[in-house]
Design a protein around this ligand. Structure first.
Ligand SMILES: [Fe+2]
Ligand SMILES: [Fe+2]
Length: 164
C-alpha cells in the first residue's frame, strides 16, 4: 500500500469522525442555548463531509452501486462477526455498561444492515419501493412501518425517524 493511500485512509477516518462529533456538539450547543455555535458546528460538520467524500473518492472507494453494496455487506459483516463480539465481551469484563450497551445495539443493527443490503443486492434493478425508519436510540433500521416498540432497545414508535 502506498503512503498516499494510507494517508487517505487516515484522513477519511478522521474527517468522518469529525463530522459526527461536530453534529453531536451542535445538538449539545442547541440544548445549552447556543444556536449560533450550533450552526457553526453544523457548518464545519458539512465541510468535513465534503473532505471525507473527496478523500474517499481519491482512494477509489466509491464504485458502482453493485460493488458498493458488496463493500457495505463486507463491512457490516466484519463488524458483527469479528469486531463487536470481542468489544462486547471486554466491556462486560471491565464493567463498562454504557459501552457494552452501545456495542450490543450496534452489533444487532449491523446484522440488519447486512441483511437489508443483501436483499437490495439480490433485487438490484427491480427493488421494490419501501420506506425505512431508524430508531433514534439504538439505530435499529426497519423496512415498511416502525414497530410500536423497538425490539432492540425498547424505544417507543415516536423515536423512529422516517428516512427520505
Ligand atoms: Fe451498519
Ligand atoms: Fe431502538
Amino acid at each position: 500500500m502506498s503512503q498516499t493511500l494510507k494517508d487517505l485512509q487516515e484522513a477519511f477516518a478522521g474527517e468522518s469522525q469529525a463530522n459526527r462529533k461536530y453534529l453531536a456538539f451542535a445538538k449539545k450547543a442547541e440544548e445549552e442555548g447556543y444556536p449560533q455555535i450550533a450552526k457553526l458546528f453544523r457548518a464545519a460538520a458539512e465541510a468535513e463531509t465534503v473532505h471525507a467524500h473527496n478523500h474517499l473518492r481519491a482512494m477509489g472507494g466509491i464504485k458502482s452501486t453493485k460493488e458498493n453494496l458488496e463493500s457495505a455487506i463486507k463491512g457490516e459483516t466484519y463488524e458483527f462477526e469479528s469486531m463487536y463480539p470481542p468489544f462486547i465481551a471486554n466491556a462486560k469484563v471491565e464493567g463498562k455498561t454504557d459501552a457494552e450497551r452501545s456495542f450490543i445495539w450496534a452489533n444487532e443493527v449491523e446484522k440488519i444492515h447486512a441483511r437489508l443490503y443483501k436483499k437490495a443486492l439480490d433485487e438490484i434493478g427491480k427493488n421494490a419501493s419501501v420506506d425505512y425508519y431508524v430508531c433514534g436510540l439504538c439505530g435499529n433500521t426497519v423496512e415498511g412501518e416502525p414497530p410500536d416498540k423497538c425490539p432492540i432497545c425498547g424505544a417507543s414508535k415516536q423515536r423512529f425517524k422516517k428516512i427520505d
